[in-house]
Design a protein around this ligand. Sequence first.
Ligand SMILES: NC(=O)c1ccc[n+]([C@@H]2O[C@H](COP(=O)([O-])OP(=O)(O)OC[C@H]3O[C@@H](n4cnc5c(N)ncnc54)[C@H](OP(=O)(O)O)[C@@H]3O)[C@@H](O)[C@H]2O)c1
Length: 262
Amino acid sequence: MVRYPFRSIVITGASSGIGRALALELADEKVVLGLAGRNGERLMAVRSACEAAGATVVAETFDVAERDAVRSFVQTVEQRSPVDLVIANAGVFGMVSDGGLLEAPDRVAAMVETNIMGVFATVEAALSVMVPRGGGHLAIMASMSAITPLPHAPVYSATKAAVKAYGEALRPRLAEAGIATSVIVPGFVDTPMDRSHPSPKPLRMSAEKSARIILRGLVRKKAFIGFPWPLYGGAILASRAPVFLRDRIMKRMQRLPAGKRR
Ligand SMILES: NC(=O)c1ccc[n+]([C@@H]2O[C@H](COP(=O)([O-])OP(=O)(O)OC[C@H]3O[C@@H](n4cnc5c(N)ncnc54)[C@H](OP(=O)(O)O)[C@@H]3O)[C@@H](O)[C@H]2O)c1
């Protein structure tokens, strides 16, 4: 069984999908897990599964954009055991409706609040405990759409590009403070979010496999954890292609019209 060097880990968005899979992969008798989400029932189910694997779990429901709630949660976990890894994973998706050009205003607000402000709040909370100790590791969940923005999800793509840039900007100065920063760049991962998203999904993988790839990358303190690698490499190449070619490629990645959905 693979074991990881982390002993006290905070994961936002732990009640579902990738966050849940990360929690279950990390859970053993040596770790303290700080698990956060909004849906209490789902979060408690993850808590029970992690406790059954021997982990000590602190679980709390709050909106990740509420800065005080995030900070107080991270400090509670810190009191149990010094937090050595914070994974800012919570996120929401939205896309344009059939025939539309922009996402609905309420989805725009939710994506900006959760995917950007929620990540900022999580990083601020993490640094409030890591900087005084001069050590720790931050992991920020971006997306391949930060590299090759999705035509059917412009705001989602923009939020992910924002947090990718944020992580890259933080990395050099945090390294001087003894804190590692990783930006996670997944392709398509089979989760409830992904299933709400009717578009072509090349090389989609399970949340469990994704969690193992992410944790291997974190152990190696990789600056970018992009996977699956053929899609990551292809996205980087596509982002450097001439605009006409890039637009043609990305149009093929658009949400499928009703009737052609899988
Ligand atoms: N799945 C993919 O293909 C994919 C690809 C690239 C990047 N990502 C990113 O990976 C992350 C996890 O996504 P997922 O696919 O695992 O989705 P998911 O299954 O829908 O899980 C999202 C998690 O975020 C939590 N969350 C959402 N809004 C929140 C808020 N305002 N406050 C607190 N928690 C909130 C959810 O909590 P509740 O369950 O309690 O609502 C849930 O635990 C996201 O940042 C997503 O953008 C996913």
